[in-house]
Design a protein around this ligand. Structure first.
Ligand code: SAM
Ligand code: SF4
Length: 375
């Protein structure tokens, strides 16, 4: 069914439920422009049913460790860009990072995500390699490791993969090269980012990408093209979230209503689910910044991954990518443990504790194998 109600729903065999198959480009465009809450509820239900059929009913937690805010890049939209001198820089030590990973292991999360500003060079590469090996050792190989550490050389990607990381997130930010150019200084390159994504995939990582939604100058056609980009590049994981301005970042506002970015964020999750089906999709933290139940709503719109923040509270204030980033003053156990568990269950999903929750798309492409360290 399009936003205006023309298209047929298809039955999920033996389930009594219905969802849309073979979502076309024009229909995606219609849905991005749909504002009727009842119709949108139908879309989200269909996407959740599609998730249950293709990736299962569980939601997987990945403990997020924001290991440092030092960044060599200067993206126009980001609060921790190199040029922002209005906050202190930090780099977590090895023992601090391992303590966070241990916490994730003790809470029976299947995985951690190591995310940071972009840093390159042999010293940093060796440091991260040591951390990856340390996390594997402390968990007896049981914790899965996702990295989100930006553009690196092929050698570095390979070294981190050999050490035991098996997933990597690198957002393309927008699949429109002209818009990409407007969002970044002239020494950042769309082509290089694409090369990195392809290098990650050829190295053997489960590879994830995504975009910011509601960027100044971005159209609904751009967003449809983003989903087609994920499909063309055959991505395993999708991590998208609303763009939220930061007062110390120079990207000018185009006067959009930020609540509109939230609606678009949920619709994009639903459309990506219905179009790509068996990928992992994250309910981004930026959704929670705009609505206290944003991540739960993301799950109800088709996402199956949540990244509870395990970064020590003393560092969180200094990892402000955008205004209003949540969980600044909650301790890790409170913000990511029982309460979140209850809220996800209340939203009707179970949590996949102790399980990596790998992308079924990756598994089907690679004959059931998941990467280093675990079958
Ligand atoms: N430095 C690495 C990189 O850029 O891939 C990883 C960390 S970076 C902070 C993670 C993501 O934050 C980026 O890919 C970007 O999409 C997102 N981000 C940065 N500024 C944002 C903003 N103002 N609103 C929403 N998301 C933002
Ligand atoms: Fe650095 Fe990533 Fe922010 Fe760009 S988005 S400035 S690479 S942390």
């Amino acid at each position: 069914m399009t936003g205006s109600g023309r298209r047929l729903f298809t039955a999920i065999p033996d389930s009594g439920r219905w969802y849309m198959t073979n979502l076309h480009t024009s229909e995606m465009l219609d849905w991005l422009n749909e504002r009727d809450p009842l119709k949108l509820t139908g879309l989200f239900r269909a996407a959740r049913a599609c998730a249950v059929e293709h990736v299962g009913s569980k939601v997987y937690f990945r403990g997020l460790i924001e290991s440092g805010n030092v960044c060599e890049k200067n993206c126009h939209y980001c609060g921790i860009r190199r040029g922002n001198r209005n906050f202190p820089r930090y780099s977590m030590t090895e023992s601090e990072i391992l303590a966070c990973a241990r916490e994730a292991f003790e809470m029976n999360y299947g995985s951690v995500v190591l995310q940071a500003g972009e840093r390159c060079g042999p010293g940093y590469s060796a440091f991260i390699e040591k951390i990856i090996r340390g996390i594997k050792t402390l968990s007896g190989g049981k914790i899965g490791i996702t990295l989100s550490l930006g553009e690196q050389s092929l050698e570095t990607y390979e070294a981190w993969f050999r050490a035991g990381a098996h997933r990597y997130l690198l957002r393309i930010e927008t699949s429109n090269p002209t818009l990409y150019k407007n969002l970044h200084p002239s020494d950042h390159s769309f082509e290089k980012r694409l090369e990195c994504l392809r290098a990650l995939k050829s190295t053997g990582y489960q590879t994830g990408t995504g975009v910011m939604i509601g960027l100044p100058g971005q159209t609904c056609e751009d967003l449809v093209n983003d989903i087609l980009f994920f499909e063309r590049e055959d991505m395993d994981m999708i991590g998208m979230g609303p763009y939220i301005p930061h007062e110390d970042a120079p990207l000018p506002s185009d006067g959009r209503d930020i609540g509109e970015n939230f609606r678009l964020g949920l619709v994009m999750i639903a459309l990506a689910r219905l179009r790509l089906k068996n990928v992992n999709i994250t309910a981004a933290t930026a959704l929670q910044a705009l609505d206290p139940e944003g991540r739960e709503k993301g799950v109800m719109a088709g996402a199956n991954i949540i990244m509870p923040n395990l970064t020590p509270v003393k560092y969180r204030e200094a990892y402000q990518l955008y205004e209003g980033k949540p969980c600044l003053d909650e301790d890790a156990g409170e913000s990511s443990g029982g309460r979140l568990d209850r809220r996800i269950r209340f939203a009707g999903a179970q949590i996949g504790y102790g399980d990596w929750g790998d992308s079924p798309r990756f598994r089907s492409r690679n004959n059931g194998t998941a990467g280093p360290g675990k079958a």
